[in-house]
Ligand binder design. Structure first.
Ligand SMILES: Nc1ncnc2c1ncn2[C@@H]1O[C@H](COP(=O)(O)OP(=O)(O)O)[C@@H](O)[C@H]1O
Ligand SMILES: [Mg+2]
Length: 249
């Protein structure tokens, strides 16, 4: 259950249900996320993780329940620069005609508006974000020439350029090797601690999340668990869940 001794709730779901057609994909989900939390979301394929993330981002509207961001009903929320999103499988291939720096600058476009060229502040934020993900030396490289792991860092930088308070990541480590994955998790932990950046992270890597996340959610249409990751690992129903879900542990 949500850890109620945290202060400063920045995202709240109250009794959310959602269906694309007739079947309910998300059913009666409630949770609270607090400033600085590192939330890991796990669950079986098709369990509704990506759907839940899109509901939190306002990309999908639930048929039932209330979503609040920064204590405001999501339907009235406008401050989207406070939110970053790294979607599932968005790698560029070698033909994509943009440099690393240009891809990160795209994250500023929401602030730039049409027909405004990037100014010094935009450039400064881009360089700052590239530094944070340790990709400065690659700034003039073509994005498509980078490895999957390097591209991921660039996508994080793109999400960081509006100086968000909260970043959502949907399986960003899918399809990269173990070493790259480990470096990526180390980067996330650093951003979470140093910037007090709130992270909401979908992953199958339960063993890593269990050590890094402050909250773990298990979603299989209903939210079967939400709370301390270590308690989840000790829980009696954990082995039963893992047996069915193909989660790495
Ligand atoms: N755009 C869509 N239209 C209809 N059904 C969808 C759509 N996206 C996902 N679904 C269905 O909703 C369920 C949950 O999917 P999803 O949220 O992607 O799960 P997960 O991310 O946990 O794998 C699945 O049964 C999936 O087939
Ligand atoms: Mg998904």
């Amino acid at each position: 259950m949500p850890n109620l001794d945290h202060k400063n709730t920045i995202l709240e779901l109250q009794d959310i249900s959602f269906s694309y057609a007739t079947d309910e994909v998300i059913k009666d989900v409630s949770l609270s996320i607090h400033k600085g939390d590192y939330v890991g979301l796990i669950g079986p394929n098709g369990g509704g993780k990506s759907t839940l993330l899109k509901i939190m981002l306002g990309l999908l509207r639930p048929q039932k329940g209330i979503v609040k961001i920064f204590n405001q009903d999501i339907n009235h929320f406008k401050d989207w620069q406070k939110i970053g999103y790294v979607a599932q499988r968005n790698f560029f291939d070698a033909s994509f005609p943009a440099t690393v720096e240009e891809v990160v600058m795209m994250g500023r476009y929401g602030k730039l508006g049409f027909f405004h060229f990037p100014n010094k502040i935009d450039q400064k934020k881009v360089h700052q974000a590239l530094q944070q993900v340790e990709m400065t030396e690659f700034k003039n490289r073509s994005i498509g020439d980078l490895s999957g792991g390097q591209q991921q860092r660039v996508f994080i930088a793109r999400a960081l350029v509006t100086e968000p308070e909260m970043i959502f990541l949907d399986e960003p480590t899918a399809g990269v090797d173990a070493k790259t994955q480990k470096q990526f998790y180390a980067l996330l932990e650093k951003l979470n601690k140093q910037l007090n950046l709130t992270l909401i992270f979908i992953s199958h890597e339960l063993d890593i999340l269990a050590h890094q996340a402050t909250e773990l959610g298990y979603i299989n249409r209903t939210l079967d668990y939400f709370g301390d990751p270590k308690e989840f690992l000790k829980g009696e129903y954990f082995h039963e869940l893992i047996g069915k879900s193909g989660i790495h542990h």
